[in-house]
Design a protein around this ligand. Sequence first.
Ligand SMILES: NC(=O)C1=CN([C@@H]2O[C@H](COP(=O)(O)OP(=O)(O)OC[C@H]3O[C@@H](n4cnc5c(N)ncnc54)[C@H](OP(=O)(O)O)[C@@H]3O)[C@@H](O)[C@H]2O)C=CC1
Ligand SMILES: O=C(O)C1=N[C@H](C(=O)O)C[C@H](O)C1
Length: 248
Amino acid sequence: MIKVGVLGARGKVGTEVCRAVEAADDLELVAQIDVGDELDALVSSGAEAVVDFTHPDAVMDNLEFCIDHGIHAVVGTTGFDQQRLDTLRGWLENQPRTGVLIAPNFSIGAILMMRFATLAAPFYESVEVVEMHHPTKADAPSGTARRTAELIAAARREAGLGPVPDATSTGLEGARGATVDGIHVHGLRVRGMVAHQEVLFGGVGETLTIRHDSLDRVSFTPGVLAGLRAIADHPGLTVGLENFLHID
Ligand SMILES: NC(=O)C1=CN([C@@H]2O[C@H](COP(=O)(O)OP(=O)(O)OC[C@H]3O[C@@H](n4cnc5c(N)ncnc54)[C@H](OP(=O)(O)O)[C@@H]3O)[C@@H](O)[C@H]2O)C=CC1
Ligand SMILES: O=C(O)C1=N[C@H](C(=O)O)C[C@H](O)C1
């Protein structure tokens, strides 16, 4: 049995994660922590691994505590840039047996969508990313969209492609979205939506659209449990659940 603590336990995803951990025969839910609760409960309950679905403003303090106490972490919370990842690597140097997984998206479909987009990227002159989420989301663009754009940009560079074509010389600020590594990313916030993304590719006389939809937050829980089961065997920092899966 792996003893698991959940941070953000009363949140939208945290609630589903608690339910999934409680239903699993090989996992034991020993701590449920949300705003106002003490992180010390992780230590007193003997948590071996935590799941974090909190807020970009809270996650670094949570991870510093976990790493300091040698508790593995499986992290869904977004807001990670290179600086934050480097900070985590620095903290982990002092705890070489501890593992931290940062996954921009735990749903298998989203991981495959990013993989398919990476495969398609070298073959198309144009590409744009459109992410669509519920209006209570704190960050824009989504962590998944950022990661997708980074992967596409790297694949384009490797293939020797130049910048995407765009003749826009005048327009309203924001009309062309944000750019991540030179890729335009557009964020929509629409009541009723959960988490959705389209990657639109364009070449001569054709387009290709790759779309993924999370219709329910249970879509994230199988990936979280897979992360919990694998994390102790992956010390150090891992970015992306695909590193624990065999999808190539
Ligand atoms: N990687 C992935 O697959 C996915 C990632 N996410 C990401 O996960 C994060 C959470 O998403 P979601 O569940 O929708 O958000 P919610 O706001 O529904 O849940 C977050 C919960 O964490 C609580 N919280 C905030 N700060 C702390 C803290 N310091 N310690 C403990 N709990 C805290 C919040 O309390 P309060 O409401 O009182 O502030 C809330 O209960 C976001 O960054 C989101 O982008 C979401 C879905 C999938
Ligand atoms: O906030 C959300 O809801 C989600 N956040 C993650 C992200 O920013 O990519 C994953 C998923 O899109 C849901």
